[in-house]
Each structure stands twice: as C-alpha cells, then as structure tokens.
Design a binder for this molecule. Sequence first.
Ligand SMILES: Cc1cc2nc3c(=O)[nH]c(=O)nc-3n(C[C@H](O)[C@H](O)[C@H](O)COP(=O)(O)OP(=O)(O)OC[C@H]3O[C@@H](n4cnc5c(N)ncnc54)[C@H](O)[C@@H]3O)c2cc1C
Length: 379
Amino acid sequence: MPAKGVLILAVTADVVIAGGGVIGTAIAWRAAMSGLDVVVVDPDIGDGASLVAAGMLAPVSESLFGEGELLALNLLALRRFPEFAAELEKAAGDEIGLRTEGTLAVAYDAGDYAALLRLTSFRRSAGLEAEELDSRACRKLEPFLTPDVHGGVLFGGDWSVDNRRYAAALRKAMLAAGARTVRDRVTEVRPGVGVITASGASVRSDQVVVATGCWTGTIDGLPPQIRGAVRPVKGQLLRLRHPDRMPPVTTHTIRATVRGADIYLVPRADGEMIIGATQEERGHDQTVTAGAVHDMLHDAMSVLPVTSELILAETCAGLRPGTPDNGPIVGRADGLLIATGHYRNGILMSAATADAVLAYLSGERPEAEWNAFTPGRLA
Ligand SMILES: Cc1cc2nc3c(=O)[nH]c(=O)nc-3n(C[C@H](O)[C@H](O)[C@H](O)COP(=O)(O)OP(=O)(O)OC[C@H]3O[C@@H](n4cnc5c(N)ncnc54)[C@H](O)[C@@H]3O)c2cc1C
C-alpha cells in the first residue's frame, strides 16, 4: 500500500507501452505520429540491451542453418530500415551513423575457413550475396588485417547503425511527436484496461503493448506461454576508440573466426570500434568478467593487431531477449499486444516491428514475414 498522503498517478492514453528500449520507443514514435495518444512506462530508460548492442543490421552474416523464416524477416527489416532511418534523422535532427559497407567475414586458419565456406554455401543457396576472397584480397579491402588471415567472404548486404545514437534519436522523435513517459516499473498488465506500476500508479488504456525485452517474464497478467518463453542471454562487449579521434581502423564490419571462436569488430564513423560479444546463459547477471575481456581482445588482436593501440573506453554487458526458436514474439495474445523476444536482432528489427504493431493497432495484418513469429506459435 502506498503511504498516506502519496498522490497516486492515474493517466489515460490510447496506447500504453511497457518498456522504452528501441522496440518500445520505435512503436511509440510511429504510434504518436499516427495521431495516437501514447504513454511509455519504463523505470530506467537506458538500462536495456538496446544501449549495449553492437548495432549490426546484418541479416546475411547473422543467418544460420535452419533459420529460413528468421532470415526472411531480417531481410524485410533491413529493406525497411533506410526510409525509417531517414525519417528519424529528420524528425530528431540528429544523425544515427548508418553504414552500408557490408561485412567482411575472415577465417584465421584452414579449419575456420572450411567452416566459413560451409556457411557461405548455405547463404548462397538462400539467394544471398557472397564474394569469396583470398588473404591478399581481404587485406586489400582492410589493410590492417594480419597477413596470417587464411581467407574471407564479403557479405555486401549487411549494414550497421550507431545503436546509442539511434536509441537517443528515437526517444527524441517520440517525445517531439507527443508521446509521454512515466518513469516506473510495470508490475501487471490488464488487457483492455491498462497497466499497474510498482509505485501503485495506473495507466488506463484499451491498448497495452508489452515491449519489456528480457524482463517480460517478470510481469503479471501475461499469458503463461509468453512469460515462460523469454529468457535473458548475456552478451559482454567492448568499446574502443582511437587515441587521436581518427577515423575507424576498418571500413567494413569484420566478423572473424579465430580457431573456432567467433568475434566481430564494428566500426563507427567517429573512430569508435565495438568488439563483441559473448553468449552466456547466466540469468539476469550483467557483470563483466576478466576472462571475457581477455578472450575478446586476444581474438580481435589475432586478426587486427592494431587493436592493441586503441583505448579501451568501456566494457559492458547486456541481456538479449532470447526465445526458444531465436525468433521475436510479435502480435496479439489474450487482448494484449506483444513485441518482445528480438534476441540478437532487435536493433535491425525495430523499424519493421513498429510497422507490425501499428498494423495490429489499426486492425490490419502485418506483412506475411511475421506469420511465423506470432505469440500463437508458443501455445
Ligand atoms: C552484446 C549485445 C550485442 C547485440 N548486438 C546486436 C546487433 O548488432 N544488432 C541487433 O540488431 N541487435 C543486437 N543485439 C540485440 C538487441 O540489443 C536487442 O534485441 C534489442 O535491444 C531488444 O530491444 P528491446 O527494446 O526489446 O529491449 P531492451 O533494450 O532491453 O529494452 C527493454 C526495456 O524494458 C524496460 N523494462 C524492463 N522491465 C520493465 C517493466 N516491468 N516495466 C516497464 N519497463 C520495463 C527496461 O528498463 C528496458 O529499457 C545485441 C544485444 C547484446 C546484449
């Protein structure tokens, strides 16, 4: 019970969104632009996976055996991104660091190269663009790569964005479009009624959108199959920068396999270099470990020795919202709208997810690529 004399907030809105990561804010921006009165509830805007991520928009180099439907959805998401990004930059008045140079995947030894070629032939069979390169051709594209690199493949269809700039721009655009925020934690969702928060406040709304990433399982009132489906998958990541604020040391995103271990290096226009990431099943633990930092730096320096000259500016850990089939959960369930479980691709999928949720809000069906990712598949 709240203390006597404490004012309990009771807000009303057309749409209330639980969660203000990139998924919640992308939906909020588009919904507010369409004329809806929107409230976003989040206790700590800035603590989610969206600010930790590497920002790769990489349907091609993220595609794995057996994930054909996810690949189709990721390709839809990438097609949608440039127009969404251009509108966002205009609305927010800020650049978000979109880069379209592609991913250069490199293999450290012969075993790594054989594995890369197996994945490449799968990706080609799915119609994706891939150009095989020998060691010399890799170094022609990226002169700082070690001559020891065995060979590589250029996946020209991948992009990247500065996820922190992107998240900040979404928030700015959402507020400029009239969306309101409540800094509180949603404890319970009530379909067709609204949400209750930890401080005892309520936001009343016919439309409740759940976009709480890996914390989705902590909210009462959700169908049990949704609560049980989303788990945190920890990812540790490093942010490095050039001592003299020079341009980044690579042009492409580099994905390297170093004696079986995978690592990526994502350049930013301001010279920052992102190195990631671990994949760990450790519940909600967000600590950074010495071993992970060591392993990532070691593997990064094996393929790009110049990494050792950069300043280690930040180490961080975030929690991806993982699901049993690695796909997002987007659609209606028991009177609620669910937009969670984006796992490794939430930055990439944010624009397309906003479109899908806007379609549901106006009583329409989203694009066919979403059919495999509705909450109904979890029943
Ligand atoms: C190391 C790492 C690297 C990644 N790299 C990439 C990449 O390169 N490309 C890519 O596309 N994706 C990447 N991802 C995945 C991407 O970050 C996520 O899929 C995406 O950020 C999910 O967005 P979200 O808004 O659903 O979740 P979050 O960003 O986690 O936001 C959830 C929000 O919900 C709020 N919240 C939690 N509980 C409640 C509650 N009870 N009430 C109200 N609000 C609540 C939180 O405070 C938070 O702000 C990466 C993730 C990690 C960890």
